[in-house]
Design a protein around this ligand. Structure first.
Ligand SMILES: Cc1cc2nc3c(=O)[nH]c(=O)nc-3n(C[C@H](O)[C@H](O)[C@H](O)COP(=O)(O)OP(=O)(O)OC[C@H]3O[C@@H](n4cnc5c(N)ncnc54)[C@H](O)[C@@H]3O)c2cc1C
Length: 352
């Protein structure tokens, strides 16, 4: 640590100084925050000082004295807030280059797991192994990558294909919309549950999420929707899926029954599973951290402390609550940040 930075870090009223340095870095006043002895700090020293104060590793290569570009501002904002982003790093598991999860606990004072809920519900039926049968999330992100202009995106596409989407929820709807835009020949969407009513029964469901027929803009762009259908098998030729075998089902006393003689077959060159997510992926990071799970397989932690059963390890978002919505992830992220601040500092001024 340079003498200049040491002096900065050691000086009194660090919080004020960091705030002022942040002002400098955000361009309020580019160069010129003076130390107590009247020396002027160089801009890069201030950046380093803020990073060090907040306990992060800082790696800024900025030509001294040059005006800050919008990208510099963005990068430095991250530094000011003490964040170092490392993309493309898998925590836990055995993939080449992955970071052993325990090293996080060893090297940091607190670890927040916000790894989503990415274990998809599968369908163990004959033909499941055929080429062309995919989870929705093997398919959807590729389109984001194409739109973003990424090179080398795997060629999986619905173009010119008979597409069957299994699952009638939001992810299924995204599969329908994406398949339409890619130029699918036909799209059928199956749902296991019976067709819901056009209007909910308000006195019965309030204040809970109303069960009623939902038609998204993706559905309006075109697809055949079918309810109370169960997939029984996939049929293929030369390893590729060509058809799907299904039957109609009845729900009696909360139990599912196949309707005798209702079996039918449908052309299918691309089958997309959108049947929801069971819980976060346990293998790898979570198992390595040794966190306990709740009855649904999510990471067990309450919404006061957000602490898991493993000391110093916190969990928030889909990892903790199961597959949900962005608004919940934002709320939990903010509350978890506050809980971690309290854990580290004994108190927090962050909002809950
Ligand atoms: C297809 C689809 C459509 C959706 N549409 C909507 C919608 O329209 N509106 C809405 O509100 N919500 C929607 N959701 C739900 C929403 O995406 C989630 O609720 C929200 O993103 C959860 O945020 P999170 O931060 O908890 O986890 P995520 O956003 O899932 O982020 C988890 C991140 O952790 C990374 N990760 C996981 N494991 C590791 C590891 N071992 N090492 C390193 N990184 C790891 C993942 O790559 C991912 O980037 C949708 C979900 C899906 C799947």
């Amino acid at each position: 640590m340079s003498e200049l930075i040491q002096e900065y870090v050691d000086s009194g009223n660090q919080r004020l100084r960091v705030d002022r340095a942040a002002g400098v870095i955000r361009g309020v006043k580019l160069l010129g925050l003076s130390s107590r002895n009247g020396r002027r700090y160089r801009e890069d020293a201030l950046v380093d000082a803020v990073g060090l104060y907040e306990g992060t590793k800082v790696n800024i290569n900025h030509p001294k004295g040059h005006p800050l570009s919008p990208r510099d501002y963005r990068d430095r904002l991250g530094v000011v807030r003490g964040v170092e982003f490392r993309a493309g790093v898998a925590v836990g598991g055995t993939a080449p280059g992955s970071l052993p999860a325990r090293t996080l606990v060893e090297e940091f004072d607190a670890v927040a797991i916000t790894a989503g809920s990415e274990h998809p519900r599968d369908l163990a039926v004959p033909g499941r192994e055929l080429d062309g049968v995919h989870f929705a999330m093997d398919f959807l992100p590729l389109q984001n990558r194409r739109v973003a202009g990424d090179a080398d995106v795997p060629p999986l596409s619905a173009h010119g294909k008979h597409v069957v989407v299994i699952g009638g929820g939001d992810t299924g709807s995204d599969c329908v919309g994406t398949s339409n835009r890619q130029g699918a020949t036909s799209i059928v969407q199956f749902e296991l549950l019976p067709q819901p009513p056009e209007h909910e029964n308000k006195p019965l469901v309030w204040p809970y999420w109303p069960i009623k027929m939902r038609t998204s803009t993706s559905h309006e762009e075109g697809c055949d929707r079918d309810w109370a259908v169960q997939t029984k098998a996939f049929r293929g030729e030369r390893g590729k899926v060509k058809a799907l075998v299904a039957c109609r089902v009845d729900w009696k006393d909360g139990k599912l029954h196949d309707v005798p003689g209702s079996e039918f077959e449908l052309k299918a060159d691309l089958v997309l599973f959108a049947m929801g997510y069971v819980h976060p992926v346990h293998e790898g990071m979570l198992d390595e951290l040794g966190v306990k799970y709740d009855a649904r397989g999510n990471v067990a932690a309450d919404t006061e402390c957000y602490q898991t059963s493993t000391p110093k390890v916190f969990a928030a978002g889909d990892t903790r609550r199961g597959q949900s919505l962005v608004v919940w992830a934002i709320r939990e992220g903010r509350q978890c940040a506050r809980a971690i601040d309290e854990f580290l500092m004994g108190a927090s001024e962050l909002p809950r």
